[in-house]
Design a protein around this ligand. Structure first.
Ligand code: BG6
Length: 320
């Protein structure tokens, strides 16, 4: 037998890399994604509401035990989307018949696509995989009453990206009509905490805010950390771009929220009386287990010219 001088070396058999898993539930009500590293996210098509985000079995989001998930009202918890108006609509004018916080959180969205990124080696695959889920809502699939309240041609693409220890939500608004329109938007994120008495929020020192609990008075934060000791409903405005807002529990960072092109941030906790007045809020003392940190563009209006797009991102890191 003749031995070949330049024998080809064996072709390495590449190991099957673990990859993100995505599926739509049998009733077509939600999209569930998980990563080989253990993180998972669940998004209801109703409102494109993220209703669960887990890292290593720890749930990061608060959802009320009485939250209505059947599409008949916005979800009390998770990440409802606020668009095209924040809070109650103006009392008169073209937006007056919009519901509180707009229609995006009450509309059924379409699941558009998924994409994932995987690193090339088995070792790093476990650490930097991510999966992106895209959802869409446009004037062509809106209810007639929502279209009457906001008669514009538009499209929204909402992308939810799950990575190791982080969740990024990105909203893209496109004006598809031939006249400009104005809107507000926000990601109404209910973060789960163990005990509100141990929570403090840093990164807001020196920032201006509108205090909705004090008849919308204009204030400036003077403490380096905000503790939550009573009903809190503040709209921080014009924040420094990209500056992280940190939710501390017992003095340790628990969540870090960064924003891109979203200069406003709402901090909300209903506390005892407001919680008791909400029919979908349970148990009664669950206000102790949540803090809403809501990145958005809500101070004034975002004007979008025909054909233009607006993009805003909120990214949350879970520190365990
Ligand atoms: C917050 C507002 O974003 O949402 C609060 O600042 C409001 O004023 C809260 O009470 C909850 O709103 P809703 O419509 O979900 O009860």
């Amino acid at each position: 037998m003749v031995d070949r001088a330049n024998k080809p070396s064996a072709i390495p058999v590449s190991p099957t890399l673990p990859s993100p898993h995505v599926f739509c539930t049998a009733d077509n009500s939600r999209v569930v994604a998980s990563l080989p590293s253990g993180e998972s996210v669940e998004v209801l098509l109703h409102g494109a509401t993220v209703v669960s985000w887990k890292c290593a079995e720890t749930e990061n989001l608060f959802v009320s035990e009485k939250a209505v998930l059947d599409g008949s009202k916005p979800v009390r918890g998770g990440i409802p989307l606020v668009f095209p108006v924040f809070g109650p609509p103006p009392s008169s004018g073209p937006l007056a018949s919009l519901p509180q916080h707009g229609f995006a959180r009450s509309s059924r969205w379409e699941f558009l696509d998924r994409s994932s990124s995987e690193s090339s080696t088995l070792t790093s695959a476990a650490t930097d995989n991510s999966v992106k889920l895209d959802f869409g809502l446009s004037s062509s699939n809106m209810s007639p009453e929502a279209l009457r309240a906001w008669p514009h041609k538009f499209s929204l693409i909402y992308s939810v990206t799950l990575s190791k220890n982080s969740l990024e939500t990105m909203m893209l608004v496109r004006n598809e009509s031939d006249v400009s329109f104005e809107f507000q938007m926000l990601m109404h994120t209910y973060l789960r905490v163990k005990d509100i008495g141990q929570v403090a929020i840093s990164g807001l020192n020196g920032s201006s805010y509108i205090d909705k609990v004090k008849s919308a008075s204009k204030e400036t934060q003077s403490q380096s950390e905000l503790a939550i000791t009573s009903e809190t409903d503040r709209v921080y405005t014009g924040l420094t771009p990209h500056k992280p807002i940190v939710v501390l529990e017992a003095g340790n960072p628990r969540f870090e929220v960064t924003r891109d092109n979203l200069e406003d941030l709402v901090v909300w906790n209903p506390w005892i009386e407001k919680a008791a007045g909400m029919s979908d809020f349970a148990p009664r003392d669950a206000y102790k287990q949540m803090i809403c940190i809501e990145a958005g563009a809500v101070n004034g209006w975002q004007k979008l010219e025909p054909g233009d797009t607006f993009e805003g991102v909120s990214s949350i890191k879970s520190v365990l």
